[in-house]
Design a protein around this ligand. Structure first.
Ligand code: ADP
Ligand code: MG
Length: 651
């Protein structure tokens, strides 16, 4: 029915220039209710006649001058609830609310003129009995339209609702969990006037919203009087908060505040009434006075808003709770639609004329519609910078995670998945593994030290046996009567005296080659050298042993030669033999890979040279044994017929 009156088009055109568009007048739609059965019974006449879709003619009884009023749309008594919904322009307000504007629809008129009926349909016939769909008012129809619109938007939208009434100048929460208590109305720069601690309920379906509406309606104060059996005794404000998460509109960060975004507020005003006409007494009269006072304040504000110099003048919005809460709708940044309701009865003509004049003037009140800016949207530059930083950080973390994935590829799939989920957990796991490896390393070091000790002992034994072998060979070469040279001679020639002492033995105090005083390093424990053998002075005066042992010193009692006076070949042979043995000295190091794993204890894993030493030890024992056997069985050969290579059997 938009063709019969299209405030939608006007409003859309006036806002085409954008959110910060020009001043927009309050849209006013007039609704004329049908004559009630009681009025008809009393034989009353209708004094209102529609002329076209936008003009109302008032014909006073008794032939007075006709008065015409022009509105955005005039909806006579023949119009259905659906017609009113389609023609009043509330869908345009819904669209604007979805775009972030603050929109208000309010009904205005005398008590019993059909304000509540227009907004929510006839009063409920019983507890929990819903209004028949055909009689549903603007609010229910807008709810259904909005929910449907939101579903087809594509962007996520959060919907919330609050519902309050102003009764006797006190704000009461109609959706409060307990019994309603007076709530304060406050003001701040960003929100303007607002009700503190008002419950804002999020909803996701039409059914949930309808339930909220029914809850509020059932808790709202109403009383019966002469003109209305279910007269609203309070102003009721139901507000829908629409939050669309776009770049400009973010949800409120503070959970205590309603979400930043569009608003669509439905205001059902209590009607002005003549106390004499309604017959109100006692509490009803107090309510009527309170209602009238707040409506008077509203009228006063509208009058001042019409003043061309109003920007300089003070608008007394603070005079009542109603004007405080409608301040933004009337003179601020909101978009407002007024549905003026009138009775056609001649009996109500004075109030009807008052309402018509009032509504006509309201049409000239303008607002500057402006989408509310969230605190976040006020700093787009800062936000953009922050977003870039977060994106960069995200990229960096993703890269690190990928790298950790590669490193952890050796782990089982389950562990990798776990580590991906929890980097901290992964770090802990690596720390535990490090600790385990540290312990293993320490055990290996202990094993290595043990093996080295064993190797050193074996090396000492090998040296000792080599020296014994040398001594045995020498003894074998020289014959039973000759004594072997001092074991000092086995030392490498230069610097022979630098060798470390093994045992303290007095037999070799001076190196026979370089004549440097020596500590003995080659004597085996338990063996006793004869000190006079190497000491020329001592050898002269002392008697020789009756039967020298095989290791007896080189100076025999019958020999006139001291060791240093021997022939060159003697020394050469001895030195060659010593060098050969020295070259065989065992140095702890990693052995070549064995063909067959050596049978060593697990604790000797680091003792790589031990098998070689054991073999050498065994070979030396064999050599000593064979040398001794040869020495016993064969006569000594002449010195010149032997070569150093014959001294030791090849390894
Ligand atoms: P108000 O809220 O302005 O005081 P109501 O909406 O309560 O008035 O209406 C008063 C009475 O008139 C109610 O019984 C209601 O059903 C009836 N009424 C109002 N408007 C209409 C209408 N357009 N069609 C039928 N009945 C209506
Ligand atoms: Mg009402």
């Amino acid at each position: 029915m938009e063709e019969r009156g299209s405030p939608d088009g006007d409003l859309a055109r006036s806002l085409e220039q954008g959110p910060e568009g020009p001043e927009t007048p309050i849209q006013v739609v007039l609704r004329v209710r049908p004559m009630s059965a009681a009025e008809l019974r009393r034989g009353q006449q209708s004094v209102l006649h529609c002329s076209g879709t936008r003009t109302l003619q008032v014909s006073p009884p008794g032939g007075g001058p006709e008065v015409a009023f022009r509105f955005g749309a005039v909806l006579d008594a023949a119009r259905t609830q659906e017609d009113v919904f389609r023609a009043c322009g509330v869908r345009r307000l819904g669209e604007l609310a979805l775009r972030g504007f603050s929109c208000t629809v309010f009904t205005f008129g005398q008590t019993g003129s059909g304000k509540t009926y227009t907004l929510t349909g006839p009063p409920p016939q019983g507890e929990g009995v819903p209004v028949p769909p055909s009689l549903a008012g603007i609010m229910q129809r807008t709810f259904a339209w909005l929910l449907d619109r939101v579903q087809h938007l594509g962007a996520p939208v959060t919907l919330r609702a609050s519902y309050l009434e102003i009764y006797n100048e006190q704000v009461r929460d109609l959706l409060s969990l307990g019994s309603p208590r007076p709530l304060p109305v406050r003001w701040n720069k960003t929100r303007g006037f607002y009700v503190e601690q008002l419950r804002v309920v999020e909803f996701g379906s039409l059914e949930a919203l309808m339930e909220l509406l029914q809850t509020g309606l059932s808790r709202r104060r109403s009383s019966a009087h002469t003109l209305n059996q279910a007269s609203s005794r309070s102003h009721a404000l139901l507000t829908l908060y629409i939050s669309r998460q776009t770049a400009q509109q973010m949800p409120s960060v503070d959970p205590g505040e309603p979400p930043v975004g569009g608003k669509l507020c439905f205001v059902d005003l209590a009607g002005s009434e003549k106390v004499a006409a309604t017959g109100s007494r006692g509490e009803l009269m107090l309510e009527a006075n309170s209602i009238n006072r707040s409506l008077l304040a509203l009228g006063h504000c509208i009058s001042l808003l019409l003043d061309p110099q109003r920007k300089q003048s003070h608008i007394p919005f603070r005079d009542s709770k109603l004007t405080k809460l409608l301040a933004d709708s009337l003179g601020g940044r909101g978009v407002t639609l007024m549905v003026a309701c009138v009775s056609p009865s001649a009996q109500c003509l004075p109030e009807t004329l008052s309402t018509l004049r009032y509504a006509s003037r309201a049409q000239r009140v303008t607002t500057r519609p402006q989408a509310p800016k969230s605190p976040v949207a006020k700093q787009p530059q800062r936000l953009e910078t922050e977003m870039l930083q977060l994106q960069e950080e995200n990229r960096r973390l993703q890269f690190q995670l990928d790298q950790m994935d590669c490193k952890a590829s050796g782990l089982s799939g389950a562990r990798v998945a776990w580590a991906q989920r929890n980097l901290y957990g992964m770090l802990q796991e690596f720390m535990l593994e490090n600790e385990r490896l540290r312990k293993e390393k320490s055990q290996l070091q202990n094993s290595r030290d043990l093996a080295r000790n064993e190797q050193r002992i074996l090396a000492q034994q090998v040296h000792a046996l080599e020296r014994r072998l040398l001594s045995a060979c020498y003894h074998h070469q020289q014959g039973p009567g000759l004594t072997p040279p001092c074991p000092c001679l086995m030392a490498p020639a230069p610097p022979c005296h630098a060798l470390p002492p093994l045992y303290s033995c007095p037999c070799c105090h001076i190196c026979p080659l370089c004549r440097v005083p020596l500590a003995h390093w080659a004597c085996l424990p338990g063996e006793h050298h004869l000190p006079q053998v190497l000491d020329p002075e001592a050898s002269g005066g002392r008697p020789p042993s009756a039967r020298p042992p095989p290791w007896a010193p080189p100076c025999s009692p019958g020999s006139a030669k001291c060791p240093r006076e021997r022939s060159h070949s003697d020394w050469t042979q001895t030195r060659v033999l010593a060098e050969m043995l020295t070259e065989e000295e065992v140095v702890p190091s990693a052995p070549p890979l064995p063909v067959r794993p050596p049978k060593t204890s697990p604790g000797l894993r680091g003792g790589a040279g031990v098998p070689n030493l054991a073999q050498r030890l065994e070979a030396l024992r064999d050599q000593i044994g064979s040398s001794l056997r040869r020495g016993r069985s064969q006569p000594p050969c002449s010195e010149g017929a032997r070569s150093p290579g014959q001294v030791l059997p090849p390894h």
